[in-house]
Ligand binder design. Sequence first.
Ligand code: FAD
Length: 443
Amino acid sequence: QSATPTKRICIVGAGPAGFYAAQLILKQLDNCVVDVVEKLPVPFGLVRFGVAPDHPEVKNVINTFTKTAEHPRLRYYGNISLGTDVSLRELRDRYHAVLLTYGADQDRQLELENEQLDNVISARKFVAWYNGLPGAENLAPDLSGRDVTIVGQGNVAVDVARMLLSPLDALKTTDTTEYALEALSRSQVERVHLVGRRGPLQAAFTIKELREMLKLPNVDTRWRTEDFSGIDMQLDKLQRPRKRLTELMLKSLKEQGRSSGSKQFLPIFLRAPKAIAPGEMEFSVTELHQEAAVPTSSTERLPSHLILRSIGYKSTCVDTGIKFDTRRGRVHNIDGRILKDDATGEVDPGLYVAGWLGTGPTGVIVTTMNGAFAVAKTICDDINTNALDTSSVKPGYDADGKRVVTWDGWQRINDVESAAGKTKGKPREKIVNIEEMLRVAGV
Ligand code: FAD
C-alpha cells in the first residue's frame, strides 16, 4: 500500500450504487480516498426507504455497505445535499473524480385531469410513508374505502398491494413505521385492483412477488378468464422466466374460487388509464398490437376509493452543472461517463454516473450492483491509464460549519432505532424526523 492517498474521489448518494462503487474503487486503488456525500442523515437509499418491510432478507446488503463505510479510506458526509449544501462545481474543484449516484426520488404522472385529487397518490409516496422517509409521515392515505386501484403492475405495485392486504400481525414484526401500522389497523380496504395496459404475457411483476401474493392468508386472487384467452397456446414460445410466471398465473386462474378470503387481489389486464372521478377510475379497454397497448373505444369503470399511481420513479436535475436528459429522466452518459455534449458524444473527464440516475429507474439491487461495479472500474481504469489528470493536489470536501452526520453519528441513530424496535419485537423503529436524527447523531 502506498503511504499517502493521492487521489480523491467523491460519490454523491449513499444508496446501493454509491456503496458498491465505493467498494470496488477502494479495493482496486490503493492510493485513493473516497468521500460519500448523502442528502439524508441516514444511509442506504431505497434499501431503507423503498424495499418492502416484509422483505428483511433483501436488506442484508446493508451489512456489506457497512463494511465498506468502515473502510479507513472512506469518509461519510450525511445530511449534505448536492445542489443545496454543495454545488457540483465545488466538488469538481475539490476531487479528481465525482461519481453521481443520487437515484430517482420523484415519480411519473399519468397526466390525467383530477390527478391532483386527494385520493390519488403515487405508490412512491405511499412506500415512503410506510417506510418512514422524512417528510412522508403526514401523507395520511385514505384507507376508509373498500376499493383501491393501483395503476401499474411492476413489483413496486405488488409490494403496495401486499402491504394493503397483509394481515396486520405479519407486519407488526417488520420495520413498518408505527404510524403506518396504526393507520393500517383501521384500514377498511378489502379489494385491490392491479391494473395494467398490456396482457398477462407482458406483466411486469416477477414470480417471487406473485407467489407471495398467492400465499397471503385470507386473500383471494381473482383473475379475469377473458384476459387469458389463447395464452396457453403461446407457452412454448416463451423464455423460461416468463413461461414459469405465466404458468403460475394460469394455475392460479384454474384454481380460483376454491378458497375464499374476505379480501381480494384483482389483477386486471388490457386497461389504460383514461379518467379520474371522485370514487372511481375510468379505463380504456386496450388491444395488443405487437406488444403495444392500443386503446379501443370501449371503456370500463372501476370503483376506486383510493388510487395509487405506480408507473415509475423519476430522477431530477439537482444542479445546473449536470447534463440531464429530461425526456428520459436520467443523466446523459455513455457507460457511466457523463457527456459534456450529447450531440458530439464528448465526455466530461472526471464526471461519472451510476445506479438509477444513469440507467433510469429500473432494476433490482443486483442489477444496480453490476452497473455500479462497471462504472467504478471505468473510473479506476481512467485513473490508472492517466486518461484523467490526477497530478494536482485536491483538498476534498470542506464541511465548513455544516451539520454533517458522520458514520459514527449514523451508528448512534442505528443503535437508538434498534433499541426502540427491540421493545416492540421489530428489527428497528425508524426515526422519521430529520431534527431528531441530527440530535441523536449528536450534531
Ligand atoms: P437509491 O437507492 O435511490 O440511492 C440514492 C441515494 O442518493 C439516496 O440515499 C438518496 O437519499 C441520495 N440522494 C438523493 N438526492 C441527493 C442529493 N441531492 N445529494 C446527495 N444525495 C442525494 N431491489 C431488490 O433487489 N429487491 C427488492 O425487494 C426491491 N424493492 C424495491 C422496492 C421499491 C419501492 C423500489 C422503488 C425499489 C426496489 N428495489 C428492489 C430496487 C432497488 O431499490 C434499486 O435497484 C436501488 O436502490 C437503486 O440504487 P441507487 O443507488 O441507484 O438509488
